[in-house]
Design a protein around this ligand. Structure first.
Ligand code: SF4
Length: 346
């Protein structure tokens, strides 16, 4: 049936800290995401209940947008099937992490959950209600230290799924490495810096060397077709790493390591609170990265907050990429930036 919806309303689940939702998108104006189960225990996910709620949400969506989804860039008119199956699973349960990022949205004093989902995932696959035509993503918390991580990756590789793992990169994972070699795993690592000092400010752990070593090892010996499966991300954090020297060094390092894919995001609390008032220097830095990537045949991607900021941007794209010139403009904007409420810490 043809109507406005999104692939995640139709066939997605996101396993959150204490609930199961259709997606995990963090969006402008602090909108939520459609909830499927408000409280859950990961090992006993009631799939029939999930499908029941999904059917209700799809019916609602056929009439008008689910309030949580209003304004989402994923909504599109399409001829959706009405079958019960899951093809997008996002593991986002934050049970463990080996980093301590300054922008992390999860309360550190929250009791750690032990959301081992392996049993429930096996049940879903056994029931025949999993299809491999979507994507499996791992994000909140550090997936490589989960007990069930290697098994989950093996299961989804066997199912022929496309898998995307967001990792701190602090731990080298054989499962990721094997998946990269087979062309079915994409790994996204976000060091947000190259210099040890900035890394420590952002991550509040001293693991910069380890992370860059692991990025190098994931990339090493990958065949040409799979080279862009190693993606390195730079989250622009106003007041911490929003300077051209750090960004240029970051891009030069990617070039040296022959990394073919760069992702940019903007720290989400800043982006959320300034969505129509993003400081121009942040757009200039984004443009610089995009141009550097283009000149060096790297793919360039924006993640959530940067996507929304870019959509609402009225600051023109820059065309002169002379380093000294841009550096001066960036610094000028930063000097007069009190109106953007950026508290500079560096
Ligand atoms: S918030 Fe967006 S991505 Fe999430 S389910 Fe709704 S439309 Fe889909």
């Amino acid at each position: 049936m043809k109507y406005r919806s999104c692939h995640l309303i139709e066939h997605g689940i996101s396993i959150d800290v204490d609930s199961i939702k259709s997606c995990c998108l963090s969006r402008e104006f602090n909108k939520g995401q459609p909830i499927l189960i408000p409280q859950f225990e990961a090992s006993i996910i009631n799939w029939e209940h999930i499908f029941k709620v999904k059917r209700q949400q799809r019916r609602y969506q056929q009439e008008k947008d689910i309030p949580d989804c209003e304004g989402c860039y994923n909504l599109r008119i399409e001829d959706w099937d009405d079958e019960d199956y899951i093809s997008y699973i996002n593991f986002d349960h934050w049970s463990q992490c080996n980093s301590n990022c300054i922008y992390c949205g999860v309360q550190k004093n929250k009791p750690k959950t032990k959301n081992n989902t392996l049993k429930a995932i096996k049940e879903l696959i056994k029931s025949g209600k999993f299809k491999n035509n979507g994507e499996i993503t791992f994000q909140g918390g550090e997936p490589t230290i989960l007990k069930e991580f290697e098994d989950l990756i093996k299961i989804f590789i066997k199912e022929g799924s496309k898998i995307r793992v967001h990792s701190s990169g602090i731990l080298f994972s054989r499962a990721i490495r094997n998946g990269l070699k087979q062309g079915c795993v994409t790994v996204v690592i976000s060091p947000d810096s190259v210099t040890k000092e900035t890394y420590k400010k952002v991550k509040r752990v001293d693991k910069s060397n380890k992370v860059w070593d692991n990025i190098k090892h994931y990339r090493k010996d990958l065949n040409e077709n799979y080279a862009s499966l190693v993606k390195v991300k730079y989250i622009i954090i106003p007041g911490i790493n929003d300077n051209l020297d750090e960004i240029n060094l970051f891009m030069e390092t990617l070039k040296k390591l022959d990394i073919r894919s760069v992702i940019v995001d903007i720290e989400y609390t800043y982006a959320n609170t300034h969505i129509n008032n993003i400081s121009p220097h942040i757009f200039i830095l984004m443009d610089y990265i995009e141009n550097f990537a283009k000149e060096n045949k790297m793919s360039f991607e924006l993640y959530d907050s940067a996507l929304y900021a870019n959509k609402n941007r009225d600051f023109k794209k820059i065309t002169n990429f002379n380093f000294d010139n841009i550096k001066q403009i960036v610094e000028n904007y930063k000097q007069e930036n009190t109106k953007y409420n950026i508290k500079y810490k560096n």
